[in-house]
Design a protein. Structure first.
Length: 368
């Protein structure tokens, strides 16, 4: 199952191959995503006064770029930040900490994993005497065991040529009479069941805990009209080819569809599932407190976050960033105040406590 972070890297290289961005811009954008290729993490960790950030891939051949690395290094002479692109899955973090061989300092993870791993005492608690909670737009972006320098959203995308009236939310997604045609969902419960619950009319302000049984039954209602995606490119292709006329996909892919189809494929922010791009610190990390300071720097500087939005569409999380976003990018920013206001912030704690069980039930249902 492809993660949002991995899909961002794929999008970056697609833009580079098409000549939409030059190599320097590509490398800078990958650096902001934390996607570079270096030697193994053990060698990186042995370097003096060096922090190792672990990400989800890329083929850049230079160090951490100007967006996040340079401001931190400038403020902390003698320190460097290096990248390991081998993928910081929850399983690998757990194995590393439990074996006592921690070579990673900061990992691009998720709210769900931060609660899961934090609950097992495998992560360092975020020191909010160093990391300023006021540098994020809301509580779901600053957790006990992780904090988010970027955001993303699951949104409703649709083929406007098929419908004289545009859908306005998840209830319309489930209305096969008013909006006939095949639907597209991710082969993953997180985000999907949140939307299913909203479609049943539950108040978004009190969405959690989800009624899992009702949400699963809601998906089952339209099972014969569903196709499922596991990666961002696949989700885009289902819509392009007409295999699905409406779907729930990542907002970055929805943006590409809308722009490249000259507006035929549209998406709405209303009832989007807004999620934090959480970074976590494995317990016993070699860099110690400096990893906290690197994370603080990533959250404190809004300008690099805006550059990442412009490059790929990842939403800023610093509240001062909104004023810096150019007008033409506000439409595609998940944390633009007008866009964020109509979405629901996903409850990572609930998903962290329930994901394994709920996702297994979901997969059994959609594959049965």
């Amino acid at each position: 199952m492809q993660s949002f972070q991995q899909d961002c890297v794929d999008l970056a290289f697609r833009r580079h191959r098409r000549g939409e961005v030059d190599r320097r811009t590509l490398l800078a954008g990958l650096a902001a995503l934390g996607a570079g290729v270096f030697g193994g993490s053990e060698a990186l960790a042995q370097a003096a006064r060096q922090l190792v950030m672990v990400n989800w891939g890329g083929v850049a051949n230079q160090g951490f770029g100007n967006f996040y690395g340079a401001p931190f290094v400038a403020a902390n002479p003698g320190w460097t930040v290096a990248q390991d692109s081998t993928g910081p899955s929850a399983g690998r973090i757990r194995s590393m900490v439990e074996s006592g061989r921690v070579t990673w300092d900061l990992c691009d993870s998720s709210a769900t994993s931060s609660y899961l791993l934090g609950g097992l005492n495998l992560l360092s608690r975020i020191d909010y005497a160093i990391v300023n909670r006021e540098n994020v737009i809301g509580p779901t972006f600053a957790l006990d065991h992780g904090a988010a320098p970027y955001s993303f959203s699951n949104v409703l995308v649709y083929d406007s040529s098929k419908f004289p009236t545009a859908p306005t939310g998840w209830a319309d997604f489930w209305d096969l009479q008013k909006f006939p045609g095949t639907r597209l969902l991710r082969r993953d419960a997180a985000g999907t069941l949140d939307a299913a619950q909203i479609s049943l009319g539950k108040d978004m302000a009190n969405l959690y805990p989800l009624d899992v049984r009702a949400s699963l039954a809601r998906v089952r209602e339209i099972r014969r009209n569903l196709v499922f995606w596991t990666g961002g490119a696949e989700s885009e292709q289902f819509i392009r080819t007409g295999e699905a006329v409406m779907g729930q996909i990542w907002h970055t892919r929805a943006k590409v569809l809308e722009q490249e189809s000259n507006g035929r494929f549209k998406f709405i922010w209303n009832q989007g599932i807004l999620q934090p791009g959480i970074f976590v610190i494995p317990r016993g990390n070699p860099g110690g407190e400096m990893a906290q300071r690197l994370l603080a720097s990533m959250l404190a500087n809004p300008e690099p976050q805006v550059e990442l939005l412009k490059f790929l569409g990842n939403g800023p999380t610093n509240p001062r960033a909104a004023a810096l976003v150019p007008e033409e990018f506000k439409r595609f920013n998940p944390t633009e105040p007008a866009n964020a206001r109509v979405q629901v912030a996903q409850n990572g704690r609930w998903w962290g406590e329930n994901y394994a069980r709920v996702n297994a039930d979901y997969i059994d249902m959609v594959t049965g």
